[in-house]
Design a protein around this ligand. Sequence first.
Ligand code: NI
Length: 195
Amino acid sequence: MSDKSTSSKTPAATATETPQVSSPPRRIYPIVKYGDPILEKPGAPVKKFDAELEGLVEDMFASMYAAQGVGLAAPQIGKSVRFAVVDVTGGKNPEAKIVLVNPEVTHAEGEVREEEGCLSIPGFRGYVVRPQFVTVKAQNVKGEPFEIRGENLLARAFCHEIDHLNGILFLQHLGMLKRDMIKRKIKKLKKQGEW
Ligand code: NI
């Protein structure tokens, strides 16, 4: 868990217990923000598939929903390990919950330029070219290998989250001018104690 300063404006700013129907209360992690070096280093592969990992995955879903995101990678809750959760329905469809442990893109096709954002860089968005289709090879929370194909938003979410596991943020896919502008604004927010 990160103890980075977080804005009181975001619902995920404090660690709280959220009771849910028919499941144990989950821990809502604060989301690590841009500037923390953990976001820019590659995570270590997951080797232990145990109850701790399962609990952490559920906490990640809860933290992602609380922050109204569609994807969240472990480094964003302060854990430098290779797993992420994705749900492009934002919790509306339990079937849409995807856990990617040690994921890798094995095939990519097409290009789509679309605006995207990141829970670790709140308030900023930018156009990023991503593949239209990707195939991802990963393990589930039990360690079983599987393959999943994503199209459009799902493909984008997979690429964005796998980037996180490699220490890459969407800022790195932007043009220099746009990237520098965002970095300047964040620096200013930091100075004002608002980041
Ligand atoms: Ni992100």
